[in-house]
Design a protein around this ligand. Sequence first.
Ligand SMILES: [Ca+2]
Ligand SMILES: [Ca+2]
Length: 192
Amino acid sequence: MGNSKSGAVSKEILEDLKLNTKFTEMEIVQWYENFKRQCPTGRISKEEFQSIYSKFFPESDANTYAQHVFRSFDTNEDGTLDFKEYIIALHMTSTGKTTSKLEWAFSLFDVDKNGYITKSEVKEICTAIFKLIPKDEQADLPDDENTAEKRADKLWQFFEKGENDRVAEGEFIKGVMDNDGALRLIQYEPGR
Ligand SMILES: [Ca+2]
Ligand SMILES: [Ca+2]
């Protein structure tokens, strides 16, 4: 306030992000400058987020997935992503399987936010992820992973649950930690 050239990220947010992501202070400051340039209001709406996302995934229908991603990163549910939520989103959707990333993945799959994942939620997210995969890459997928339905079935088997059971966060994290095949099914990296 009152400081018109206060383009800088607050110390509090900086410390928090350094602690919770792999980004260095310099990277965070850089991200912040980009963010301010793209979003002078300091907040990204769902539409803006979708358009950023479809730049990452130009050949595919990224909108449904972007909506799910947006839902799980808008942690204070005000309908926009602020800088902190945005950086956490960038950090979490990059690859790796630390516990915090898998906690995020769980929140992505837990569509109704009731703390459990059902088979139908798995299907919904697998469908959104599948749409990110370009058509020519879809053709090269193994037989048991070449439809959204098959991917959901395969992923569900890693949790060793019945069709109508539900998976708690700890079970989800363990299932993915223990199976590289499960990790591959919950994320899609473009351009690999
Ligand atoms: Ca928010
Ligand atoms: Ca749920």
